[in-house]
Design a protein around this ligand. Structure first.
Ligand code: ATP
Length: 484
């Protein structure tokens, strides 16, 4: 493999060839930054989603419950959350090519071409201008450094403008009329949690601290939408809002930073592939924020955000809805009196499901040279952790006759209620193994003539390619244990 850009391209091709991810509506040449998950990709994604959900709502010592809120929400939600006014990125257009750039991306790409010290200085200057929303200053910076458009090659730029990332659509029977009918596709799942805070707290008799988790689609009209499923216009988020007593946010922020990193490590990904990135420019709602970044083939990039959101969201919903978003804390404080009524503070953990799929794929993908000078040979293997693999067991009768398929189908009937199996009787066994390697199946079992005599089978391990003989009646247990 020459370099990591090649690896990234190879993963994209592999995903298409083996039924993981297709461009959306591909027969019409696709839709930019929208993707469909195929037969293997949807299983992989579901396994990751289920693992996150179980970890959050079942395995925590802390009290966390899940909800499933609608994508459409009352439009005032997005006034209160700040998204109508603030959820925008500064953009600049090249007048010659008409290509639009996110200002930070344009400057960062330019900075990458500079020596390290100069690069740091430029990025610091950019951060400062972004922080004060000094758009004229950003434009001057771009012009002064003669940054050019990659398409036209010119430095003929428009002014810097804000561009809101929310998709709008019309609600109800009458279209094209007053703004009353306008709704947004949610740009994050978090607000569905905030507007249900009291519903869940009261109906579940929840005591602070507690969390509410949600998984669902979110939509952003991303301007620079490339890099495969890293930046999509329709994507899925897995978010958890943890409601706490004001003043305890620092310790809970640290707690969730650490807990979430443990989750990442539990995917079998080594620690050196991750790093924390603390935000210099805080979002409008945050008093502390960091990203967990993973070293993708395209470099270290954000997979998850952890944000200390203060009481920003609940307080604003209280103001806009005129409904009290308070919690009565009966526990006694240091002064011997109950903490009483307050609007809870919130720590948020927010991870993109699609980016996690891309992370797991990047980590699993390996091209291996297995050949000798006399006999060239290679394979592509996806080394997924067994619990995430789309198919757990390949069941392969050596031949299509002599009663072998019958035994194989008995095994299939025994196993398929517990985990996903793939049955195949066509082609040479070596070819069948390679196809299972390419979709990341951790175990294959071959049924041959000896099976008829002594009820043993050959089990073949994906990563080591080792094979051993085991009793047929142990297969199910062995795999069930490996995926537990
Ligand atoms: P970025 O800086 O990459 O645009 P963000 O900081 O805006 O991301 P958040 O609003 O914190 O992202 O969203 C939480 C998570 O949702 C991100 O860590 C990411 O995994 C995921 N996410 C956000 N935008 C997209 C997108 N356009 N496509 C896929 N996943 C996304």
């Amino acid at each position: 493999m020459a370099n990591d850009t090649n690896k990234f391209q190879a993963i994209i091709s592999h995903c298409k060839e083996y039924g993981f991810i297709f461009p959306s509506s591909e027969i019409y040449d696709g839709l930019s930054a929208v993707y469909d998950y195929g037969q293997n990709g949807s299983e992989l994604k579901k396994n990751i989603r289920d693992y996150w959900w179980k970890w959050m709502t079942q395995l925590q010592e802390e009290n966390i419950v899940g909800i499933d809120a609608a994508i459409f929400m009352h439009p005032t939600t997005w006034k209160a959350s700040g998204h109508v006014d603030n959820f925008s990125d500064p953009m600049i257009d090249n007048k010659d090519s008409k290509k639009r750039y996110r200002v930070d991306h344009l400057i960062e790409a330019f900075a990458d071409t500079l020596p390290e010290a100069e690069k740091e200085a430029l990025l610091a200057e950019m951060e400062a201008l972004l922080k004060t929303e000094d758009f004229a200053g950003l434009k001057s910076l771009i012009e002064a450094r003669k940054m050019k458009c990659s398409v036209s090659g010119t430095a003929n730029w428009t002014d810097v403008r804000q561009f809101n990332l929310m998709f709008k659509t019309e609600f109800g029977a009458v279209s094209g009329e007053a703004d009353d009918n306008m709704v947004y596709l949610r740009p994050e799942t978090a607000q569905g949690i905030f507007v249900n805070f009291l519903n869940v707290q009261k109906s579940g008799r929840m005591k602070i601290p507690f969390g509410i988790a949600q998984i669902g689609k979110a939509f952003r009209n991303e301007i620079v939408a490339r890099q495969f499923i890293f930046r999509m216009r329709e994507f899925e988020q897995m978010e958890m809002q943890f409601f706490i007593r004001p003043g305890t946010q620092k310790e809970w922020y640290e707690y969730w930073k650490n807990a979430r990193m443990q989750w990442h490590l539990s995917l079998g990904i080594p620690a050196e592939k991750y790093k924390f990135h603390d935000h210099a420019k805080l979002a409008h709602y945050a008093d502390a924020a960091c990203d967990i970044e993973y070293n993708f083939p395209i470099g270290f990039k954000e997979v998850e955000g952890i944000h200390s959101r203060t009481d920003f969201d609940l307080r604003n919903h209280q103001e806009y809805s005129k409904k009290k978003m308070q919690y009565f804390d009966a526990e006694l404080g240091p002064d011997g009196k109950p903490y009483g009524n307050y609007i809870p503070y919130v720590i948020e953990t927010s991870i993109g499901l699609d980016r996690t799929v891309m992370m797991v794929l990047s980590e699993a993908y390996e091209e291996q040279d297995l050949g000798t000078p006399e006999k060239p040979d290679s394979r592509v293997v996806l080394r997924f952790p067994p619990k995430l693999a789309p198919v757990k067991l390949g069941i392969l009768p050596l031949m299509k006759k002599d009663g072998l398929p019958e035994i194989a189908r008995e095994l299939l009937a025994e196993c398929r209620a517990s985990f996903r199996c793939f049955y195949e009787e066509k082609d040479a066994i070596g070819k069948r193994y390679r196809r299972q390697d390419a979709i990341g199946t951790p175990f294959c079992v071959t049924i041959d003539h000896q099976t008829k005599e002594d009820r043993t089978v050959t089990i073949r391990y994906r990563d080591s390619m080792e094979q051993e003989r085991i009793p047929l009646d142990q297969v199910k247990n062995l795999i069930a244990k490996a995926i537990d």
